[in-house]
Design a protein around this ligand. Structure first.
Ligand code: NAD
Ligand code: MG
Length: 381
């Protein structure tokens, strides 16, 4: 029997690739949600004859509802609507919404008792402890989709998790690898959007240029695999072929290699523990020829270090740096701040966030709001 899935963020880079995997793999797609793209969501809803769709933008949801009036497909709007679709009972909910906007829908999927294929790393960055606890209580599986975390997850299969001693988290280095702070002063939005190896949504592409993405991934790895940040080594690997690796207690290092194509980690999350058919270009190591590894420059690319400091401090620091970054990236994309303002604003929010031990989901949203407000106030001044 084919698995049933719900796809959140269905019109985005990951969402569209997930639809491709679902199409080829014959999956039953029960629900789709997105932010505001009516055309793409309508087309996918009709193609997969889904039960329900939702758009975060309420006005656009009303337009979509009129357009789908000739079908039985239910149409919802707003965050509540997105959570309704996230909560449709299915084998797997894929969350590929961008940003903390994915957090409440993650909890809606948990409430429904669905396993979660997670691309939305901000879910774990901001509220990893709460998510892990809620999933554990219900006995649900969290299947990583982020390529590095999928690689780690794949590398762990067949070995006892207690023998894991270290994670090697690879990074492409982004478009500005090797640049000095003086050179980074002058980079433009167009420069930052030119990722060397991956085609992705705008926010994560900027995060890759600042190395914030790798910082978020360190936090994500801490929550997924239970190691401390000190046991996660980030290495710049320009070819993006070794997607990440693990080291075991006996010194053995096992990694997953492949061409840079997100359809493989998406498909593995759907087929786990089985493996599907070839979905991307086959890897030829002879064509790759050389693989290189180097330590990242955390002094020039401050965001990576700030994330490491945030997860070590714990509490709401990760939510604060994430919120400040989301706001700063939006301002950078809108041409309102410079590239190096991003780490500066993230650091400001890091310092402003008090250390706390226990917190609730609403505290996470509050820390996010405070960090965003701080960034906006700083830019308006
Ligand atoms: P994207 O910008 O291409 O797509 C984002 C999707 O989220 C769109 O469908 C958009 O409509 C939807 N969305 C935005 N706000 C929403 C809201 N409030 N409610 C419901 N839907 C909303 O982004 P992407 O590159 O596909 O990335 C999605 C997530 O996956 C991010 O967390 C990113 O870090 C992660 N990720 C992406 C890649 C990649 O290759 N693109 C790789 C690893 C991880
Ligand atoms: Mg990644």
């Amino acid at each position: 029997m084919s698995k049933s899935i719900v796809i959140l963020g269905a019109t985005g880079s990951i969402g569209e690739q997930a639809l491709d995997v679902a199409r080829k793999g014959g999956y039953t797609v029960l629900g789709l949600a997105a932010g505001s793209n009516i055309d793409k969501l309508e087309a996918a809803a009709r193609e997969f004859s889904v039960q329900a769709v939702a758009l975060f933008d309420e006005n656009k949801a009303a337009v979509l509802k009129a357009r789908l009036a000739d079908t039985d497909i239910k149409v919802y709007g707003g965050e509540e609507g997105v959570c309704r679709v996230a909560g449709i009972k299915a084998d797997i909910t894929l969350n590929s919404i961008v940003g903390i906007a994915g957090l409440r829908p993650t909890f809606a999927a948990i409430e429904a008792g669905n396993d979660i294929a997670l691309a939305n790393k901000e879910t774990l960055v901001t509220a990893g402890d709460l998510v892990n606890k809620a999933m554990k209580e219900r006995g649900l599986k969290l299947l990583p989709v982020d390529s590095e975390h999928s690689a780690i997850f794949q590398s762990l299969q067949g070995s006892p998790e207690k023998s894991l001693t270290k994670i090697i988290l690879t990074a492409s280095g982004g478009p500005f690898y090797g640049k000095t702070a003086a050179e980074l002063e002058k980079v433009t939005v167009a420069d930052a959007l030119k990722h060397p190896n991956w085609s992705m949504g705008a926010k994560i592409t900027i995060d890759s240029a600042t190395l914030m993405n790798k910082g978020l991934e360190v936090i994500e790895a801490v929550h997924l695999f239970g190691l401390s940040a000190d046991d996660i080594e980030v290495l710049v690997h320009r070819q993006s072929i070794l997607h990440s690796a693990v080291e075991f207690s006996d010194g053995a290092v096992i990694g997953q290699l492949g061409t840079p194509d997100m359809r493989l980690p998406i498909q593995y999350a759907f087929t786990y523990p089985d493996r599907g058919e070839l979905c991307c270009e086959r890897l030829s190591l002879a064509d790759v020829g050389t693989m290189t590894f180097a330590r990242p420059d955390t002094k020039t690319f401050r965001c990576l270090q700030l994330c490491i400091d945030a997860i070590k401090a714990g509490g709401l620091k990760p939510a604060a740096v994430n919120g400040a970054n989301e706001e700063a990236v939006a301002l950078f994309l809108a041409g309102k701040i410079k590239f190096l303002d991003i780490p500066r604003l993230v650091e400001l929010a890091f310092n402003a966030q008090p250390e706390v031990k226990d917190f609730t989901l609403e505290d996470v949203f509050e820390a996010d709001r405070r960090a965003r407000a701080l960034v906006r106030a700083e830019v308006d001044n």
